[in-house]
Design a protein around this ligand. Structure first.
Ligand SMILES: CC(C)(COP(=O)(O)OP(=O)(O)OC[C@H]1O[C@@H](n2cnc3c(N)ncnc32)[C@H](O)[C@@H]1OP(=O)(O)O)[C@@H](O)C(=O)NCCC(=O)NCCS
Length: 203
């Protein structure tokens, strides 16, 4: 089992996160997948999020950054003002370097994102993604997300909206071990039930 570490990104991580983004763009292009074609725009967004503490990096034991994700408020280009009132956090720029994919790390990080979502007092983990990318839609549907609707935007290609109840924990087999440095270096999921707050069940 491989051990990974998650922590909040700091300014010094900007280059590593941008390198991950470029790596993902190259992988997508080579796979013939139409997604993340506006490199400069993506880089600006990532730099802004690191500055506000919304981005997290995932590294191996030796400190090499091999993954990243951001949790932030919803994007008003896609969600209506009414929808944005819901108690939700929104997942963005979820990337795992290709040599660490398929290891179970993605599932653990989605569970961890749900945990962070609950910790911030929310009931839903949401995301918007590239609207024509059915492969990516399947990835999220297979992991407990529900497709809500798809919205179009004159310039941007995102707009397929998904959400998953934040209380879900779906990772199996614990193939990837995650040490959570945002919570004092505890292992995630923790063996201690009371360190994982559960909000009231959804009605
Ligand atoms: C999304 C991601 C973090 C998931 O990592 P993971 O949990 O280890 O899962 P895998 O990479 O093994 O992907 C599982 C399946 O989803 C597919 N998939 C992953 N990202 C995809 C994408 N952007 N578009 C289409 N299919 C995608 C994979 O090809 C794989 O398909 P397969 O089972 O037929 O081989 C990782 O695939 C990644 O970094 N993708 C590129 C960046 C990206 O698109 N992020 C999501 C933005 S919303």
């Amino acid at each position: 089992m491989t051990t990974y570490h998650v922590r909040a990104a700091i300014e010094d991580d900007v280059e590593a996160v941008l390198a991950l983004r470029r790596h993902a763009e190259e992988w997508l292009k080579a796979a013939g997948i139409e997604q993340w074609t506006r490199s400069a725009y993506g880089a600006r967004v990532i730099q802004g999020w690191i500055g506000t503490g919304s981005t997290f990096v995932v590294s191996t034991d030796d400190g090499e950054i091999i993954g990243s994700l951001s949790l932030d408020k919803g994007d008003p280009d896609f969600w209506t003002p009414e929808e944005l009132k819901a108690p939700a956090l929104y997942l963005y720029k979820f990337i795992i370097r290709s040599d660490h994919r398929g290891s179970g790390l993605g599932d653990v990080l989605l569970d961890w994102s749900c945990y962070r979502t609950e910790l911030a007092g929310n009931l839903w983990l949401r995301l918007d993604c590239w609207r024509d990318n059915t492969g990516l839609h399947k990835y999220y549907l297979d992991r407990g997300f529900q497709h809500l609707t798809t919205r179009t935007h004159p310039v941007r290609m995102s707009g397929a909206l998904f959400e998953r109840p934040a209380e879900l924990r779906l990772a199996k087999n614990h193939e990837a071990r995650l040490i959570d440095h945002t919570r004092g270096g505890d292992e995630f999921p923790s063996q201690s039930a009371d360190s994982h707050p559960r909000l009231p069940k959804l009605s």
